[in-house]
Design a protein. Structure first.
Length: 353
């Protein structure tokens, strides 16, 4: 059994592990080695780092009821003025503050996970967190609604049971992806929805808030950077593999999307590179074929388990309920009754099928 996230090889004097997580200064234009996506710019170098125990690490990834109440309050408050075209300056500042606080929490949580020893790091964390993911909750709902056997329940159930492969693939990707400075980009999808289930901050165009670590995708992308969703677009800062994952994910689900560089001042007080298309191309060229294949596999697994896919299955169930009898036969029966001058009523014993 492999570990869920990449191991950091500890040297005899501890310098090797510290070096693996410290920031590496770089020249982005030359696509040379740059910052590890899991360690902040201000992280102390060559100093012993105290890491929490396994229970504390697990708690950092586990949602609490208090967080749920707080999230609902924030979303409720921010949704009251969705029809207003311009946000007040105070509200804008509040959303920006929330976003930076979320990014720092996401970043620190993942940093501590990677700094933890193999014995301290929770094994197959994704399986433990599965019940809190909106994708799993939506799957259970679809399963309960599937009275006609329209959903491939066996395949999906097997995939949820084997969810630990997500941690294995993430570990493999982390081992193979090159070091680089975190890059920022924005992802805009059809109808302003949040198909990637990023953690939501501030106002939403569609009222389906997602809590931090409340989705499978937020867990996956958290290993490569930080993310959030506000109103009609997603914001991501991290390794280019997160960009590639999102593209593969949307393409597999046939979701129309657009990606642009995240401006330098969009997320203030957080260090990232605002890269134009040529630079993104060079970063993608720095990924080998094996790494891209693993990212694609990860994206397909997450897409198959996505809320978007579950919603499509539920839509098919709705259509099936509307078309649950032979309409042509019923039209013929109705015409016969009308020719006979009879009014069809509840006493009609003609079967629907």
């Amino acid at each position: 059994m492999t570990e869920p996230t990449a191991k950091l090889n500890a040297g005899s004097n501890g310098q090797q592990e510290a070096g693996a997580t410290a920031k590496i200064e770089s020249n982005v234009d030359k696509n040379t080695a740059v910052e590890n996506p899991h360690v902040g710019k201000d992280a102390p170098k060559n100093e012993p780092v105290e890491t929490p125990d396994k229970a504390a690490l697990l708690t950092m990834f586990t949602l609490s009821d208090i967080e749920a109440v707080a999230t609902e309050a924030v979303i409720s408050e921010s949704s009251d003025s969705l029809t207003v075209s311009a946000k007040p300056a105070a509200q804008e500042t509040n959303v920006a503050t929330q976003r930076v606080a979320l990014y720092r929490a996401q970043h620190e949580r993942t940093r501590l996970l990677y700094m933890a020893s193999a014995n301290t790091r929770p094994t197959y964390l994704v399986q433990t967190l599965k019940p809190q993911f909106v994708e799993y909750q939506q799957y259970l709902l679809a399963q309960q609604l599937d009275k006609r056997g329209l959903m491939d329940t066996d395949t999906l159930e097997r995939l949820w049971q084997q969810l630990h492969v997500v941690d294995d693939i993430i570990a493999d990707i982390v081992r193979h992806m090159p070091a680089q400075q975190p890059a920022g980009w924005q992802l805009t999808t059809q109808d302003g929805r949040n198909p990637l289930c990023f953690a939501t901050v501030g106002k939403l165009k569609h009222g389906k808030p997602i809590r931090d670590q409340g989705s499978l995708n937020s867990y996956v992308l958290g290993h490569f950077g930080v993310s959030s969703f506000t109103y009609d677009r997603g914001y991501y800062i991290g390794h280019v593999v997160g960009y590639l994952f999102s593209c593969y994910y949307c393409a597999h689900l046939s979701i129309t999307y657009g990606v642009t560089a995240l401006g330098q001042q969009v997320v203030a007080d957080y260090d990232y590179a605002s890269l134009e298309t040529p630079h993104m191309v060079r970063l993608l060229q720095g990924l080998d074929g094996y790494c891209k294949k693993r990212i694609y596999q990860l994206a397909v697994i997450c897409a198959r388990l996505s809320v978007f896919a579950s919603d499509k299955r539920i839509e098919r169930m709705l259509i099936a309920e509307v078309n649950d009898f032979d309409k042509k036969l019923q039209q013929q029966h109705l015409d016969v009754l009308l020719l006979q001058g009879l009014m069809p009523d509840s006493n009609d014993s003609t079967p629907l099928f």
